[in-house]
Design a protein around this ligand. Structure first.
Ligand code: NAD
Length: 255
Protein backbone atom coordinates (compact mmCIF):
# COMPACT_ATOMS: atom_id res chain seq x y z
CA UNK A 1 0.00 0.00 0.00
CA UNK A 2 1.22 3.51 -0.82
CA UNK A 3 0.33 6.32 1.57
CA UNK A 4 0.11 10.04 0.81
CA UNK A 5 0.28 12.49 3.71
CA UNK A 6 -1.02 16.07 3.47
CA UNK A 7 0.26 18.08 6.43
CA UNK A 8 3.58 17.23 8.07
CA UNK A 9 2.93 18.90 11.44
CA UNK A 10 2.38 17.24 14.81
CA UNK A 11 -0.17 14.58 13.77
CA UNK A 12 1.26 13.98 10.28
CA UNK A 13 4.66 13.35 11.85
CA UNK A 14 3.34 10.88 14.45
CA UNK A 15 1.45 8.94 11.76
CA UNK A 16 4.34 8.94 9.28
CA UNK A 17 6.78 7.60 11.87
CA UNK A 18 4.55 4.57 12.58
CA UNK A 19 3.62 4.08 8.90
CA UNK A 20 7.35 3.91 8.14
CA UNK A 21 7.60 0.79 10.34
CA UNK A 22 4.59 -1.08 8.86
CA UNK A 23 5.41 -3.88 6.36
CA UNK A 24 2.11 -3.29 4.55
CA UNK A 25 3.14 0.25 3.58
CA UNK A 26 5.68 0.40 0.76
CA UNK A 27 6.00 4.11 0.01
CA UNK A 28 5.10 7.32 1.83
CA UNK A 29 4.60 10.56 -0.12
CA UNK A 30 4.84 13.75 1.94
CA UNK A 31 3.25 17.07 1.05
CA UNK A 32 3.09 20.23 3.14
CA UNK A 33 2.31 23.79 2.06
CA UNK A 34 5.51 24.60 3.99
CA UNK A 35 8.02 22.46 2.08
CA UNK A 36 10.65 22.72 4.82
CA UNK A 37 8.32 20.75 7.15
CA UNK A 38 7.96 17.93 4.61
CA UNK A 39 11.74 17.89 4.06
CA UNK A 40 12.44 17.78 7.81
CA UNK A 41 10.04 14.86 8.25
CA UNK A 42 11.51 12.97 5.30
CA UNK A 43 14.89 12.97 7.09
CA UNK A 44 13.35 10.91 9.92
CA UNK A 45 11.89 8.23 7.60
CA UNK A 46 13.15 5.38 5.39
CA UNK A 47 10.27 5.02 2.92
CA UNK A 48 9.36 8.65 2.31
CA UNK A 49 9.74 11.08 -0.57
CA UNK A 50 8.60 14.70 -0.77
CA UNK A 51 6.27 15.37 -3.70
CA UNK A 52 3.48 17.77 -4.57
CA UNK A 53 -0.11 16.58 -4.33
CA UNK A 54 -0.39 16.45 -8.15
CA UNK A 55 2.76 14.33 -8.37
CA UNK A 56 1.66 11.68 -5.88
CA UNK A 57 -2.12 11.41 -6.31
CA UNK A 58 -1.90 8.80 -9.13
CA UNK A 59 0.49 6.64 -7.10
CA UNK A 60 -1.26 6.29 -3.73
CA UNK A 61 -3.95 3.99 -2.29
CA UNK A 62 -4.74 6.08 0.80
CA UNK A 63 -4.30 9.78 1.61
CA UNK A 64 -4.01 10.90 5.22
CA UNK A 65 -5.00 14.54 5.78
CA UNK A 66 -3.65 16.33 8.86
CA UNK A 67 -3.39 19.88 7.58
CA UNK A 68 -6.42 22.20 7.81
CA UNK A 69 -10.08 22.57 6.86
CA UNK A 70 -8.91 24.42 3.74
CA UNK A 71 -6.79 21.45 2.67
CA UNK A 72 -9.86 19.18 2.89
CA UNK A 73 -11.83 21.66 0.78
CA UNK A 74 -8.99 21.86 -1.76
CA UNK A 75 -8.05 18.18 -2.13
CA UNK A 76 -10.78 15.82 -0.91
CA UNK A 77 -12.82 15.73 -4.11
CA UNK A 78 -9.81 15.04 -6.31
CA UNK A 79 -8.55 12.30 -3.98
CA UNK A 80 -11.89 10.49 -4.13
CA UNK A 81 -12.30 11.08 -7.89
CA UNK A 82 -9.07 9.08 -8.25
CA UNK A 83 -10.66 6.19 -6.32
CA UNK A 84 -8.25 6.75 -3.42
CA UNK A 85 -9.34 6.26 0.21
CA UNK A 86 -9.13 9.35 2.43
CA UNK A 87 -8.55 9.70 6.18
CA UNK A 88 -9.63 13.15 7.39
CA UNK A 89 -8.40 14.72 10.64
CA UNK A 90 -9.75 18.25 10.00
CA UNK A 91 -13.27 16.89 10.40
CA UNK A 92 -14.70 20.35 11.13
CA UNK A 93 -14.50 20.88 7.35
CA UNK A 94 -17.53 18.58 6.99
CA UNK A 95 -19.99 20.92 8.75
CA UNK A 96 -21.11 22.07 5.29
CA UNK A 97 -23.86 19.53 4.43
CA UNK A 98 -23.59 20.08 0.67
CA UNK A 99 -19.83 19.45 0.73
CA UNK A 100 -20.24 16.31 2.83
CA UNK A 101 -22.96 14.90 0.56
CA UNK A 102 -20.80 15.62 -2.49
CA UNK A 103 -17.85 13.72 -0.99
CA UNK A 104 -20.11 10.81 0.00
CA UNK A 105 -21.53 10.69 -3.52
CA UNK A 106 -18.09 10.62 -5.19
CA UNK A 107 -16.81 7.96 -2.76
CA UNK A 108 -19.84 5.76 -3.48
CA UNK A 109 -19.40 6.10 -7.26
CA UNK A 110 -15.64 5.51 -7.14
CA UNK A 111 -15.93 2.69 -4.57
CA UNK A 112 -13.54 4.24 -2.09
CA UNK A 113 -13.88 5.17 1.59
CA UNK A 114 -13.70 8.28 3.75
CA UNK A 115 -12.38 7.47 7.24
CA UNK A 116 -13.07 9.86 10.12
CA UNK A 117 -10.97 8.86 13.16
CA UNK A 118 -12.62 9.44 16.52
CA UNK A 119 -9.68 11.76 17.16
CA UNK A 120 -9.25 13.32 20.56
CA UNK A 121 -12.61 12.19 21.94
CA UNK A 122 -13.66 8.84 23.46
CA UNK A 123 -17.18 7.39 23.37
CA UNK A 124 -17.84 7.82 19.62
CA UNK A 125 -18.36 4.05 19.30
CA UNK A 126 -21.24 4.18 21.83
CA UNK A 127 -22.88 7.21 20.20
CA UNK A 128 -22.58 5.55 16.77
CA UNK A 129 -24.32 2.40 18.02
CA UNK A 130 -26.94 4.40 19.93
CA UNK A 131 -27.79 6.39 16.77
CA UNK A 132 -29.27 3.26 15.18
CA UNK A 133 -32.27 3.94 17.44
CA UNK A 134 -33.49 7.21 19.02
CA UNK A 135 -31.03 9.53 20.76
CA UNK A 136 -32.77 12.30 22.71
CA UNK A 137 -29.81 14.48 23.54
CA UNK A 138 -26.02 14.68 23.02
CA UNK A 139 -23.78 17.21 24.74
CA UNK A 140 -20.04 17.74 24.47
CA UNK A 141 -18.24 19.69 27.19
CA UNK A 142 -14.69 20.59 26.21
CA UNK A 143 -12.35 22.14 28.77
CA UNK A 144 -9.01 23.58 27.73
CA UNK A 145 -6.46 25.91 29.21
CA UNK A 146 -6.91 29.48 27.93
CA UNK A 147 -3.43 29.18 26.34
CA UNK A 148 -4.38 26.23 24.19
CA UNK A 149 -7.38 28.27 22.98
CA UNK A 150 -5.11 31.22 22.23
CA UNK A 151 -6.85 33.32 24.93
CA UNK A 152 -6.05 34.67 28.38
CA UNK A 153 -8.62 34.19 31.15
CA UNK A 154 -7.87 34.30 34.86
CA UNK A 155 -10.92 32.34 36.01
CA UNK A 156 -12.99 29.45 34.64
CA UNK A 157 -15.01 30.94 31.77
CA UNK A 158 -17.59 29.41 29.44
CA UNK A 159 -16.49 30.83 26.10
CA UNK A 160 -19.03 29.07 23.90
CA UNK A 161 -22.40 27.43 24.33
CA UNK A 162 -24.42 26.48 21.28
CA UNK A 163 -24.70 23.82 18.62
CA UNK A 164 -21.85 21.96 16.95
CA UNK A 165 -22.32 23.65 13.57
CA UNK A 166 -21.65 27.06 15.13
CA UNK A 167 -18.82 25.68 17.30
CA UNK A 168 -16.78 24.28 14.38
CA UNK A 169 -17.26 27.51 12.43
CA UNK A 170 -16.06 29.66 15.36
CA UNK A 171 -13.22 27.38 16.53
CA UNK A 172 -12.00 25.63 13.35
CA UNK A 173 -8.73 24.42 14.87
CA UNK A 174 -10.00 23.50 18.31
CA UNK A 175 -13.22 21.58 18.12
CA UNK A 176 -12.95 18.86 15.46
CA UNK A 177 -14.31 16.49 18.11
CA UNK A 178 -17.68 18.26 17.92
CA UNK A 179 -17.76 17.39 14.23
CA UNK A 180 -16.96 13.70 14.70
CA UNK A 181 -19.51 13.48 17.51
CA UNK A 182 -22.19 15.16 15.34
CA UNK A 183 -21.56 12.85 12.40
CA UNK A 184 -21.68 9.78 14.65
CA UNK A 185 -24.86 10.83 16.45
CA UNK A 186 -27.61 13.40 15.92
CA UNK A 187 -25.99 15.83 13.47
CA UNK A 188 -24.45 19.30 13.72
CA UNK A 189 -27.66 21.16 14.61
CA UNK A 190 -28.81 18.92 17.49
CA UNK A 191 -25.41 18.30 19.13
CA UNK A 192 -24.91 20.69 22.07
CA UNK A 193 -21.41 22.04 22.68
CA UNK A 194 -19.98 23.89 25.65
CA UNK A 195 -16.37 25.12 25.53
CA UNK A 196 -14.76 26.12 28.82
CA UNK A 197 -11.48 27.98 29.25
CA UNK A 198 -10.04 26.96 32.61
CA UNK A 199 -6.71 28.37 33.83
CA UNK A 200 -6.43 25.44 36.26
CA UNK A 201 -6.70 22.87 33.44
CA UNK A 202 -3.44 21.15 32.57
CA UNK A 203 -5.09 18.63 30.23
CA UNK A 204 -7.57 18.96 27.36
CA UNK A 205 -10.76 17.29 28.55
CA UNK A 206 -13.71 16.17 26.40
CA UNK A 207 -16.84 14.90 28.11
CA UNK A 208 -19.74 13.35 26.17
CA UNK A 209 -23.19 13.04 27.75
CA UNK A 210 -25.88 11.25 25.76
CA UNK A 211 -29.39 9.97 26.51
CA UNK A 212 -31.61 7.83 24.37
CA UNK A 213 -33.47 4.58 23.93
CA UNK A 214 -30.21 2.70 24.61
CA UNK A 215 -29.88 4.25 28.05
CA UNK A 216 -27.40 6.87 29.21
CA UNK A 217 -23.76 7.39 28.20
CA UNK A 218 -21.11 9.41 29.94
CA UNK A 219 -17.55 9.32 28.56
CA UNK A 220 -14.69 11.58 29.54
CA UNK A 221 -11.09 11.72 28.42
CA UNK A 222 -8.34 13.91 29.84
CA UNK A 223 -5.81 14.32 27.08
CA UNK A 224 -2.14 15.10 27.20
CA UNK A 225 -1.21 17.73 24.62
CA UNK A 226 0.86 16.68 21.62
CA UNK A 227 4.48 17.62 22.45
CA UNK A 228 4.81 19.20 18.98
CA UNK A 229 1.53 21.15 19.04
CA UNK A 230 -0.14 21.93 22.40
CA UNK A 231 -3.42 22.75 20.59
CA UNK A 232 -3.76 19.10 19.51
CA UNK A 233 -4.22 16.18 21.88
CA UNK A 234 -1.77 13.30 21.61
CA UNK A 235 -4.82 10.98 21.53
CA UNK A 236 -5.71 12.43 18.10
CA UNK A 237 -2.44 11.06 16.69
CA UNK A 238 -3.02 7.67 18.34
CA UNK A 239 -6.54 7.54 16.93
CA UNK A 240 -5.22 8.34 13.45
CA UNK A 241 -2.66 5.53 13.70
CA UNK A 242 -5.35 3.13 14.95
CA UNK A 243 -7.48 4.06 11.91
CA UNK A 244 -4.57 3.39 9.55
CA UNK A 245 -4.03 0.00 11.21
CA UNK A 246 -7.76 -0.72 10.94
CA UNK A 247 -7.51 -0.28 7.16
CA UNK A 248 -4.63 -2.74 7.07
CA UNK A 249 -5.78 -5.33 9.63
CA UNK A 250 -8.23 -8.13 8.85
CA UNK A 251 -9.89 -7.85 12.29
CA UNK A 252 -12.06 -4.74 12.76
CA UNK A 253 -12.84 -3.85 16.37
CA UNK A 254 -15.60 -1.48 17.45
CA UNK A 255 -19.08 -0.42 16.36
N1 NAD B 1 -10.10 15.10 14.70
C1 NAD B 1 -9.50 15.48 15.83
O1 NAD B 1 -9.85 15.07 16.94
C2 NAD B 1 -8.34 16.44 15.75
C3 NAD B 1 -7.52 16.65 16.87
C4 NAD B 1 -6.45 17.51 16.75
C5 NAD B 1 -6.22 18.19 15.56
N2 NAD B 1 -7.05 18.01 14.50
C6 NAD B 1 -6.84 18.71 13.22
O2 NAD B 1 -5.84 18.03 12.49
C7 NAD B 1 -5.11 18.97 11.69
C8 NAD B 1 -3.61 18.79 11.95
O3 NAD B 1 -3.31 19.04 13.31
P1 NAD B 1 -1.79 19.18 13.79
O4 NAD B 1 -1.81 19.27 15.26
O5 NAD B 1 -0.94 18.18 13.12
O6 NAD B 1 -1.45 20.65 13.20
P2 NAD B 1 -0.01 21.28 12.91
O7 NAD B 1 -0.23 22.76 12.86
O8 NAD B 1 1.02 20.74 13.82
O9 NAD B 1 0.33 20.77 11.43
C9 NAD B 1 -0.44 21.12 10.30
C10 NAD B 1 0.49 21.06 9.08
O10 NAD B 1 -0.30 21.18 7.89
C11 NAD B 1 0.30 22.12 7.02
N3 NAD B 1 -0.76 22.70 6.19
C12 NAD B 1 -1.69 23.62 6.58
N4 NAD B 1 -2.52 23.88 5.55
C13 NAD B 1 -2.10 23.11 4.50
C14 NAD B 1 -2.56 22.94 3.16
N5 NAD B 1 -3.60 23.63 2.70
N6 NAD B 1 -1.88 22.07 2.37
C15 NAD B 1 -0.83 21.38 2.84
N7 NAD B 1 -0.33 21.50 4.09
C16 NAD B 1 -0.98 22.36 4.91
C17 NAD B 1 1.02 23.12 7.91
O11 NAD B 1 2.08 23.77 7.23
C18 NAD B 1 1.52 22.21 9.05
O12 NAD B 1 2.80 21.69 8.78
C19 NAD B 1 -5.65 20.37 12.05
O13 NAD B 1 -6.63 20.77 11.11
C20 NAD B 1 -6.31 20.14 13.41
O14 NAD B 1 -7.39 21.05 13.63
C21 NAD B 1 -8.09 17.13 14.57
Amino acid sequence: MNLGIIGCGAIGTDVAKVADTLDEIQNIFLYDIDKARANDLKKLLKKAVVETFNEFIKKVDVVFEAASQKAVEDYAEEILQNGVDLIIMSIGSLFNDKFLLKLEDIARKKKCKIYLPSGAVCGIDGVLSASIDTIDEVTLVTTKSPKSLGKSYYKRTVIFEGNAREAVKRFPQNINVAASLSLAGVGFDRTNVKIVADPVATRISHKILAHGKFGRLRAEVENMPNPNNPKSSYMASLSAIATLKRIINPIQIGA
